[in-house]
Write a protein that binds this ligand. Structure first.
Ligand code: GSH
Length: 205
């Protein structure tokens, strides 16, 4: 399969997932896709939303959305989520949707505020960033386990936390305000299996 992405961006989340599940992929760097040009044309032909990650499967089907990619990965590697029947399973499902339904949109709007609020881009950006911090503070308060989100078992939620910790409001903010998220991200960074892909995405711990 082919993964269209940009080092360090949302494609890094799915790179971690695919690597943990031993699913091979070819990475195509579409850096610059968020501006008009050949990279955007390449991506837009495959995903009209023009977002990364975008996956082109070996049967030619297109797969986007990190949460959908996570579910696809789990079909092949169920061990990357708490088992069916255990209480953590529902919290895994909840957090998977919660992250993409609540946290991710704050980037959609804050990264390109002039697209959504041409008359008040700064206000939209500031409000989204403030709301994102509120969300992360709730999450940190909700987290109970270590070294990973659900204890000793590494799950695909940990991939989100490791990559998102490198995005705004930035690693220093996470360390100071959400120590549990920071500790989980650190634990993911320690996994030898992920070192190459973390390095390729400039995710250094
Ligand atoms: N809901 C999508 C969000 C993906 C997303 O927003 N990716 C960002 C990069 S990290 C992007 O492509 N932004 C460009 C845009 O939204 O125009 C997912 O979970 O994969």
């Amino acid at each position: 399969m082919i993964l269209y992405g940009v080092p360090g961006w949302g494609s890094a989340i799915s790179e971690l997932m695919l690597t943990l599940a031993d699913i091979p992929y070819q990475f195509i760097n579409v850096d610059g896709f968020d501006k008009p040009g050949p990279q955007r044309d390449l991506l837009e032909k495959r995903n009209p939303l023009c977002q990364v990650p975008t996956l082109e499967l070996s049967n030619g089907e297109i797969m986007s959305e990190t949460a959908a990619i996570a579910l696809m990965v789990l079909d092949r590697c169920p061990d990357l989520a708490p088992p069916i029947g255990c209480v953590e399973r529902q919290q895994f499902q909840r957090l998977l949707v919660w992250l993409v339904a609540n946290v991710y949109p704050t980037f959609t709007y804050a990264d390109y505020p002039e697209r959504w609020a041409p008359d008040a881009p700064e206000q939209l950006q500031q409000n989204c960033i403030a709301w994102r911090k509120t969300l992360y503070l709730w999450l940190d308060n909700h987290l109970k386990a270590s070294p990973f989100t659900f204890g000793e078992q590494l799950t695909l939620i940990d991939c989100y936390l490791c990559v998102m910790r490198t995005w705004g409001p930035g690693p220093v903010w996470f360390a100071e305000n959400t120590p549990k998220i920071a500790a989980i991200a650190d634990s993911v960074c320690q996994l030898p299996k992920l070192h190459k892909v973390l390095k390729g995405n400039d995710i250094l711990c």
